[in-house]
Design a protein. Structure first.
Ligand code: HEC
Length: 107
């Protein structure tokens, strides 16, 4: 995916080589299969060994955990998209996704 960052889901990210290398190093060091967090471990374990989903929202564990959230909730002004993890997970930037840091914003 990083080798094709000029075609990232239809967008050219415009990253220079050092930035691209730094992001690739971060992604490699923090990949789910490293099992650094409970969420990473569970996402990795939900995948078949040959699976390589492009989106975290396509992984079986993520789908199972968000199954009960209604379509209208995803579209609420304070959420807008499944990709805005931080709208509901206060620890999204740390990447830990602990239960205690999760809450649905009041609409
Ligand atoms: C609309 C609010 C919302 C958004 C946005 C959202 N989540 Fe969640 N997430 C939840 C809820 C609610 C749960 C708890 C489900 C349960 O416990 O059954 C959850 C659970 C999880 C869990 C499991 C935590 C645990 O220990 O049980 C992970 C991991 C997770 N979300 C990751 C993400 C990621 C990554 C994103 C962004 C791509 C994201 N979520 C976006 C609401 C959201």
């Amino acid at each position: 995916m990083m080798n094709e960052q000029n075609m990232h889901f239809g967008t050219d990210l415009g990253l220079d080589a050092p930035t691209s290398s730094a992001i690739l190093a971060f992604l490699t060091a923090n990949a789910a299969q490293r099992h650094l967090t409970e969420a990473g471990l569970k996402i990795d374990r939900s995948l078949s060994p040959d699976a390589a989903p492009l989106r975290i929202t396509e992984t079986p564990y993520w789908i199972k955990k968000h199954h009960d959230i209604r379509d209208a909730t995803w579209l609420a002004p304070k959420i807008k998209s499944k990709t805005r993890c931080e709208a509901c997970h206060l620890d999204a930037l740390e990447g830990t996704f602990e239960d205690a840091a999760m809450r649905l914003p009041k609409t």
